[in-house]
Design a protein around this ligand. Sequence first.
Ligand code: HEM
Length: 223
Amino acid sequence: MLPVSSIGKKIVMAVTGCCLVLFLLVHLLGNLSIYGGPGSLNAYAEFLHSKPTLLWIARLGLIGLFVLHVIFGLWLYIGNWVARPHRYVRETTLQATLSSRTMIWTGALILIFLAYHLAHLTLRWLYFPGERFDAMGRFDEFFMVTSGFKNTSVMGAYVVVMLIFWMHLRHGASSLFQTLGFSHFKYEKILTCLGIIIATLIVGGCVSIPFLIWSGVIGGNAL
Ligand code: HEM
């Protein structure tokens, strides 16, 4: 196996995590165009799909980032587990937060969510109401997205996963700054707050979409 130090692995986690957070921000900003109505979301989706080469370069980059983040995360987790002296003794990690202790599990859940999310909205294998086009002849992304989230179980599943995702992001965002050098104790509180703010902004934006569709604020009343 490659001789990568623990800090080397953490740096890979921090850099890939940072890029994934940037992707999420861009993805969220694009998705928020749903608040502009069908015309706005359909125009955004058409713009994305009109640049297949760029889209595939971005997708491959994203897959690479996910793979590195998962492999190095597992590598760190297994390394720490093996090095732990009393791993059979009941844990008393009073200092560590619930978010930091469950990173491996919340991360695994995000992977499962991602497979479900791609099957739902990118591959359109689940809750796909069928092809429909708007007055301008564009694929009706708005209709596709709102149809899925009007289903209570789908909306509920997204909201619950997003709340668990908040824990992963909250710890990941503050610890990536520490790994990248802002580790002085003076910054500890600031970094914790920054992690909470980043996670709350991203997750709040993500949760708002399925919830407001389900409640009828976006796309009409479905209840
Ligand atoms: C609940 C809020 C979210 C909504 C409403 C949403 C919406 C969408 C939609 C509509 C697409 C399909 C775009 C298209 O091809 O036309 C998509 C794709 C995608 N989403 Fe999300 N998304 C959400 C949260 C997330 C989260 C939290 C992640 C990351 C863990 C994520 C990662 C992705 C990825 C990787 C794609 C595939 C992009 C591609 O086509 O290559 N999404 N999402």
